[in-house]
Design a protein around this ligand. Structure first.
Ligand code: ATP
Length: 340
C-alpha cells in the first residue's frame, strides 16, 4: 500500500509518500518562517494555502513518475489538533485529492502520529510515549483500545514555553534550537556544580506546568542574568520535569519502553536525560530522526497506512477537521495483531 500524507497543523506545510512494502518515506516540507515574533495564525494560514498545493504536487509527481498513474492507494491528512484555518486548507486539499484519485481518505490525529512513528520505527510493543512538541506536551500509554493521557501540561506546550522566552529576548522563531546552542555554550564554560538560575519546577503527579517558568526566565533576563545561564537553567528545569514524569509513568504502568516525539525532541539534552533515566531503570528508549520529530507528513502517511489497512477510512461527508482533537478520542483499530 502507498499512502500520500498531508500535514499542516500550524507552521509546516508538508506532504509525504509512504510505501508500506518497502517502508520508504519521501517527505516534502515548506515551513512558515515569521519575519519576527512567533507564529501569527493568519500568516500561517496564508502560508499553508500557498504551500500545500506545491508540496502535494511535488510528492504526487514523484510518486507517479516511479509507480505510474495508480501510485496512490489512500490519502491521509492531519485532522487535528492545530490551528483551524491551517487545518481547513489541509482537509480541503486531502478531500479534493482523494476524490480526484478515487481512493479512500484517512483522518489522522496529529499527536497520535507523533508517537506512532516512534513505535513503528522502534518495533516497541507497548511503550509509554512522551510528546514534547511546540503546542503540546503529554504522556500517553495504550490501554483498552485507546491512547490514554497519563499526564500533560496544565498550560503551555513545551516548545511554546521556550519560544515565549526567546521572543522576550528578541530571538527569531523557532527559539528552541537557539536555547539549545546557548545552553551548550554556557555548559562548556560553567562550573559543573554551579548554581542554577532559580526557576519554578512544577510537577503534580504526572501533570506539569510551564507558564510560570517562561515568566521567571523573562524576569531573569530583565535582571541582566547572563542569557546563556538562563538558557542552561531553563533546559535543565523543563527537561528534568519531563524526565521525572516519564519515569513515573514507566514505573506506574510497568512499561519498559519509552518513545519520544515532537519538535522539542530534537534537543540533544532532552534525549540525553531520558536515555540516562531509561538506562538506569533498564528500559529501552527510542527517539526518531529529526525529520520525523518536527511536524511532518511522513508520520501522517505511516499512521494513515496502518489505519487504512485496518479499514479505518472516512467518507468525505464525515471528514471535518477538529482543532481540539485529543489523542484519547481516537479508537485505535490498527494495533490488533500489529507487531510494528
Ligand atoms: P504540535 O505538534 O504540538 O502541533 P508544533 O506545530 O508547534 O507543535 P513541532 O514541530 O512539534 O510543532 O515543534 C516545534 C517546536 O519545537 C518549536 O517550539 C521549537 O522551538 C521547538 N524546537 C525545535 N528544535 C528544538 C531544539 N533543538 N530544542 C528545543 N526545542 C526545539
Amino acid at each position: 500500500m502507498r499512502v500520500l500524507g498531508i500535514e499542516g497543523t500550524a507552521w509546516c506545510a508538508s506532504a509525504a509518500l509512504y510505501d508500506a512494502e518497502t517502508d520508504a518515506v519521501l517527505i516534502e516540507s515548506d515551513p512558515y518562517e515569521p519575519d519576527s515574533g512567533g507564529i501569527h495564525p493568519r500568516e500561517a494560514a496564508e502560508h499553508m494555502s500557498e504551500a500545500i498545493p506545491e508540496v502535494v504536487d511535488a510528492v504526487l509527481t514523484a510518486a507517479e513518475a516511479e509507480h505510474g498513474p495508480d501510485a496512490i492507494d489512500a490519502v491521509a491528512f492531519s485532522k487535528g489538533p492545530g490551528l483551524g484555518p491551517c487545518l481547513r486548507t489541509v482537509g480541503t486539499a486531502a478531500r479534493a485529492l482523494a476524490g480526484t484519485l478515487d481512493v479512500p481518505l484517512v483522518g489522522v490525529n496529529h499527536m497520535v502520529a507523533h508517537l506512532e512513528i516512534g513505535r513503528h520505527q522502534s518495533g516497541f510493543e507497548n511503550p509509554v510515549c512522551l510528546n514534547a512538541s511546540g503546542a503540546n506536551a503529554h504522556l500517553l500509554g495504550y490501554h483498552d483500545g485507546r491512547y490514554r493521557v497519563l499526564g500533560e501540561t496544565m498550560d503551555a506546550g513545551v516548545g511554546n514555553a521556550i519560544d515565549k522566552f526567546t521572543r522576550h529576548v528578541g530571538w527569531d522563531h523557532p527559539g528552541g534550537p537557539k536555547v539549545e546552542a546557548a545552553a551548550a555554550e554556557a555548559a562548556a564554560e560553567r562550573d559543573a556544580n554551579g548554581e542554577l538560575v532559580d526557576l519554578p519546577y512544577v510537577v503534580k503527579g504526572m501533570d506539569f506546568s510551564f507558564s510560570g517558568i517562561s515568566s521567571a526566565a523573562n524576569d531573569a533576563s530583565d535582571d541582566e542574568v547572563l542569557i546563556g545561564e538562563i538558557c542552561f537553567s531553563l533546559q535543565e528545569h523543563v527537561f528534568a520535569m519531563l524526565t521525572e514524569v516519564s519515569e513515573r509513568a514507566l514505573s506506574l504502568t510497568g512499561a519498559d519502553e519509552l518513545v519520544l516525539g515532537g519538535g522539542v525532541a530534537q534537543n540533544d539534552r532532552l534525549r540525553e536525560m531520558l536515555a540516562t533515566m531509561c538506562a538506569a531503570r533498564g528500559a529501552d528508549f527510542h527517539a526518531p530522526e529529526s525529520r520525523f520529530l518536527r511536524d511532518n507528513a511522513g508520520m501522517i502517511a505511516v499512521l494513515g497506512a496502518k489505519m487504512a489497512a485496518a479499514g479505518d477510512t472516512v467518507p468525505i461527508a464525515d471528514s471535518a477537521i477538529d482543532p481540539k482533537f485529543r489523542p484519547d478520542q481516537v479508537p485505535v483499530r490498527w494495533r490488533d495483531g500489529d507487531a510494528s
